[in-house]
Design a protein around this ligand. Structure first.
Ligand code: AMP
Ligand code: MG
Length: 401
């Protein structure tokens, strides 16, 4: 038995999670990738006053109807109004106000003549071009009016949305809590960076890859720890992590070796096993369980396997919990530039680099224990079960990373 196909495995996980509805207030500085928990309405008109789109002169269009280079219209300049300031004069017939971009247009004026079409006069100004009524004139509320719904509940906040919130004068915003994830790596051979590399040991890369990826998705990582091949200690650590986290992700110990402790851990925790084994390479022995209502996703220890299955299994779960459509797995079509010579009985994911619709496989091994050749890759090539081989020019489906 080669295990569940990916879609079934994803479905079983998604059935067990719900959208998080807890709400919190965050400052705009912390609002990126957060999901709005309320509709947001404008509290004032934007812009709040009619403003000049140019550096020039606020005038009455009727005064300059006949203006031409060889027959300029001369107007008296009453004052200068710069952005951020309010003038004191009204533009009467025969007068103008020197005005800068962004400054409020004074009463009486119905257009702005750009300074290039004048002699830049200070006491009086010569105007060389006519301007129509309400030309070069930004109206009050032309961006939005007070009371207009600007952003809707459920929207994911990016740079533009946060800028809009700032333009409303808001300092903070109500958002849904982000999913909290804990990462636990297992293995007696695993040591942490900074420790001395002694016989039989390797450094923990999974902890760093997984925590970093989860943070890139905007998740709150509540714990990142390693534990040896000790089922009791691992169970204790998971129990502890699950108190705070919505989801616990582990790596290692899911295969069939003597030290594949996660099967024992699941028993010790009294978990319901959702599935063990998926028809996916890498990461076939992936084990998923439910512990006290929370998902426990136990990935293979192999660094490539763990990385791939975080994308395939954990990402959709977080998409649902957070209500973030940008976390949806993105599949695209691409044309192979490389050969992939192996036939596969299960769906296989091969690291790739895709540019302008063409995808190539990097030099180096695609083995599940190897991470270094994934450096710089931006996609996984999804090779369906039963595919014989892929040649340059063949069409393939990629999953964007
Ligand atoms: P396991 O899934 O525990 O059988 O581990 C499979 C392979 O991945 C073994 O070669 C482990 O040494 C390696 N491995 C397990 N955990 C990690 C980790 N956190 N970082 C790097 N390699 C790991
Ligand atoms: Mg192990």
């Amino acid at each position: 038995m080669s295990g569940l196909i990916l879609e079934q495995a994803q479905k079983l996980l998604l059935e067990r999670v719900n959208r998080i509805k807890d709400v919190e207030e965050v400052t705009l500085w912390d609002a990126a990738r957060r999901v709005l928990a309320e509709d947001v309405y404008a509290r004032h008109d934007q812009p709040p006053f009619p403003r000049s789109p140019l550096d020039g002169y606020a005038v009455r269009s009727g005064d300059i109807r006949t203006a031409a280079k060889d027959q300029p219209v001369r107007l008296k300049v009453l004052e200068e109004v710069d952005a951020g300031h309010v003038g004191s004069k009204c533009v009467e017939p025969g007068t103008a106000v020197r005005i800068m971009t962004g400054a409020p247009i004074p009463d009486g004026a119905d257009c702005i003549v750009g300074q290039e079409d004048t002699n830049y006069g200070e006491e009086t100004v010569e105007v060389y071009e006519p301007v129509g009524s309400y030309e070069n004139y930004c109206f009050t509320g032309e961006d939005y009016k007070a009371g207009t719904k600007i952003l809707g509940e459920g929207m994911t906040l990016g740079a533009v949305e946060i800028g809009i919130l700032a333009s409303l004068g808001l300092e903070s915003v109500s958002v849904y809590r982000s999913p909290k994830a804990a990462v636990i790596t297992t293995g007696d051979e695993i040591i942490l960076p900074g420790e001395e590399l002694t016989g039989g040991k390797i450094y923990d890369s999974n902890l760093y890859t997984l925590v970093t990826r989860l943070r890139m998705w905007g998740m709150e990582v509540t714990a990142g720890k390693r534990v040896g091949d000790d089922p009791k200690a691992a169970a204790e650590m998971i129990r502890d992590a699950a108190k705070e986290a919505d989801l616990v992700v582990t790596t290692g110990g899911v295969s069939v070796g003597k030290k594949d402790i996660m099967h024992e851990v699941v028993k010790l925790l009294g978990c319901e096993t959702i599935f063990w084994k998926i028809a996916v390479k890498p990461g076939m022995p992936t084990l998923c369980a439910q512990y006290q209502g929370k998902l426990l996703v136990c990935l293979s220890g192999n660094p490539y396997g763990a990385t791939v299955n975080l994308e395939l299994l954990v990402r959709p779960v977080l998409e649902k919990m957070s209500g973030r459509p940008d976390l949806k797995i993105k599949r695209e079509r691409a044309v192979m530039e490389s050969t992939f010579p192996k036939m596969s009985r299960v769906t296989r994911y091969v690291r790739g680099y895709c540019e302008d619709g063409n995808v190539r496989i990097p030099d180096g091994s695609n083995a599940s224990g190897i991470l270094s050749s994934m450096c710089g890759c931006n996609c996984l090539i999804e090779i369906p079960a039963g595919t014989q081989r892929l040649e340059p020019g063949d069409e393939a489906v990629i999953v964007r990373l």
